[in-house]
Every structure is written in structure tokens, then in C-alpha cells.
Design a binder for this molecule. Sequence first.
Ligand SMILES: [Zn+2]
Length: 233
Amino acid sequence: MNQAQALYHLQTIDLAISEHQFRLAEIEKRLGQNDKVIIAETALQHAEDVLIPWQRQARDLELEIKSVSEQAETLERSMFTSTGSSPKELQDMQDKVASLKRRRAKLEDDLLEAMIEIEQGEAAREKAAQALELARKEWAEEQAALSTEKETLQQELSELNAQRQEALKAVSEEGLAIYETLRKSKRGHAVSELEGNMCKTCGVSQTSTVVQQVRQGHNLVFCASCGRILVQL
Ligand SMILES: [Zn+2]
């Protein structure tokens, strides 16, 4: 293996290491991130906030209907049992009973409206509760899958680092310095394969002298166009 080939091998490992690190960073970001669950919790809370006032109102209306009904009944009873009342007093009582009954009819209408709202509100709450349950289930599954993937990646990464140490043994100090500098400016791709007489990365043809030097592999040879180290595999 010549220097260019040794550096190409190192590059293959370094690219894999970068990919692993990138994916691990992505996973780190998503672990513990439960936006969908929070949105579903908020939706359920909202459904309850809409429903609860109607339930309270229905209870109040029921109590009031009961009270109005009792008042009307008591009044009617006393009308039939009272003996000493004047016609004027009886008329007043009758008017009062009629008024109470009108009031009860209005309250019953309101109660019916509240019951319809409650029915709709309960359906909405049920739907929101189911959506929350699903979001929690999916979140748990996703977190478990991400944790497993993270473990695998970490294991692979430590293997890659060991491979890198091994690959470095075939690399000269000078070669490594050139490689590291190029790697920074060329997005990780410091070494390019020679394909025929062409640099595979930038596609530019090289002179026959360059091609020959690359094949001999005595020294590092650079692409005339992109400046990468050329390698013949
Ligand atoms: Zn090139």
C-alpha cells in the first residue's frame, strides 16, 4: 500500500466516523423531545376546559328547575287548601304559579341546550384522549428505537476509531498533515480516485505524467484542478 492508498483507506474510515457522529447528534436531539405528546395534552386540556363549564351549568339548571318546581307545587297546594283567601289573593297566587311555570320552561330549554353541548364536548374529549394515548404510544416506540440505534452507532463508532488507529500506522506524519489540511477545505474528501486519466471527484483529465506518477505511487500527486490527492486503487 502506498501513501495515497493508505490515506484513501483512512478517508473511508473518517467519512464513516463523520456519518456516525452526524446521526448520533440527530438522535441526541430527538431523544426526550415529545412535542407531539405536548400538543395532544394541550388539546385534551382544551376539550376539558370547554366541557366542564357546561357540566357545571347543567347541574345548576337542574337544581334551579327542582327549586322552581317545588315553589310552584307548594303554591298550588296552598291555593287548593287555603279557605280564607280573597279572590284578589287567589288571582295573585295563580299569576305567580304561571310565572314559575314559564320560568321552569325557560330553564328546561337551557338545560336541553347544555345537554347537547355536553354530548358534543364529551365526544371531543374522548377523541382528544384517544389521540393523546396514540401520541404517547408512538413516542415510547420512537424513543425505544432511537435508543437502540444510538447504542449500535456508539458501538460501531468505537470500532471505527480502533480501525482508524490501525490505519494511521500506514500513514506518514507528512502525509497525515497534508490529508488533515485538505480534509477541512474539501468537506472530508481529501483523496480522490483516479478513474482512467480523470479525477473521479472533479471530473478533470490529468496529464499522462501525472497519471504515471500516481500509478507509481512514490510521492503524493495532486489533481491539477481540485487539488485533491490522487490515488490509483
Ligand atoms: Zn480533481
